[in-house]
Design a protein around this ligand. Structure first.
Ligand code: FES
Length: 348
């Protein structure tokens, strides 16, 4: 007989085979919101399966229809549809605990409130970049020029990050945070490091433009870490954004900040280094104290990276894909021609 351990109630309940989680809650007198009456339309009965997913029947069509629309991950289930089987304990956490939770869940189900990503753990590369001394430089400029320079800078950095499949997730004044591997985990750390190297090259070119205008050259600091984050959509109903949260994000930010202390421009964590050590060129490894963390951490100063990476929008890839299309078309045409000729000669 399956059992459910409810959180935050901390109650253990026996369940009949084939019973749903919602039925079990009601029989046990555990308050469990079910605004649509259990017909897979509101999602207010949602629970997080903390452990024991193997004792839950796979989602039925009605559950899939709603949860796919709301981008639930497999651990988030509708209690009204989830039947339990087998011997073992299923730990669930009720997620709709008060009126506000209920309004949010109903708003999401009705499409009035976007749900986005509800909380997924991901292993990604996080890149932080910051302009050194920008505040002092900005104080000497008229407001229009401050925004103009910043926008040109972000535009050029954004183009590099984009080329390597990253996304700028956050702007903090003259700083930015970019994520690599959220959608496509393939070689995320390598893509981030390649982007970092190219950002440093791009800033050199940008300075050639900037110097005659403002008699100033910008310097940037870049920090990269590769680690686990929680991705989720946060914000109020009218202003939501997808973001990454976790120790790995803070660590990446601190690595970027360590550039100032070490007099470097581009530092990466050991976790990122181990993934790119075959290609990356480093000038030194440093044991650095990171604010808010105990002990010293091994960081590597990146100077360059060898080889290349197939870039989605690069001219080479575009040319290659055009060639591949022409080749595929020619192959199809020859096959068709061959079939036609074979038929022709057969009839003669
Ligand atoms: S009670 Fe509405 S979806 Fe489960």
């Amino acid at each position: 007989m399956p059992q459910i351990y409810y959180l935050p109630d901390e109650r253990l309940v026996d369940v009949e085979e084939g019973e749903t989680i919602l039925e079990a809650s009601r029989l046990a007198g555990i308050p469990h919101v079910h605004a649509c009456g259990g017909s897979a339309r509101c999602s207010t009965c949602r629970v997080l399966i903390v452990e024991g997913l193997e004792h839950c029947a796979p989602p039925n069509d009605a559950e899939l229809k709603l949860t796919n629309r709301l981008h639930f991950n497999p651990m988030l289930r509708l209690a009204c549809q989830t039947q339990l089987y087998g011997e073992g304990k299923v730990t669930v956490r009720r997620l709709t605990l008060d009126m506000e939770d209920m309004e949010i869940a109903q708003g999401q189900a009705l499409g009035q409130e976007s749900l986005g990503i509800v909380g997924e753990e991901k292993l990604i590369a996080i890149l932080f970049a910051d302009i050194r001394g920008f505040t002092t430089f900005a104080e000497m400029l008229p407001p229009y020029d401050v925004i103009y320079v910043l926008n040109r800078y972000f535009r050029q950095m954004g183009a590099v990050i984009d080329r390597y499949g990253g996304t700028i997730n956050n702007y903090m004044g003259d700083g930015l945070m970019a994520l690599f591997g959220v959608e496509n985990p393939d070689r995320a750390a390598e893509r981030a490091v390649r982007a970092g190297v190219e950002m440093l090259q791009a800033i050199d070119k940008f300075n050639d433009y900037l110097e005659p205008l403002y008699h100033h050259r910008l310097k940037i600091g870049i920090g990269i870490h590769y680690g686990n984050v929680v991705m989720g959509t946060v914000g109020s109903a009218t202003s939501q954004t997808m973001t990454a949260i976790g120790d790995a994000v803070n660590f990446a930010s601190r690595i970027e900040a360590a550039n100032k202390q070490m007099g470097t421009a581009f530092l990466i964590s050991e976790a990122a280094y181990l993934l790119v050590k075959e290609q990356v060129m480093v000038s030194q490894s440093l044991h650095v104290s990171i604010p808010g963390k105990r002990g010293k951490y091994l960081l590597y100063e990146v100077t360059d990276i060898s080889g290349s990476f197939p870039l989605e929008n690069s001219p080479e890839v575009t040319a290659l894909s055009s060639f591949q299309s022409i080749f595929a078309w020619a192959k199809r045409s020859l096959t068709a021609l061959g079939a036609f000729l074979r038929k022709l000669f057969k009839f003669r």
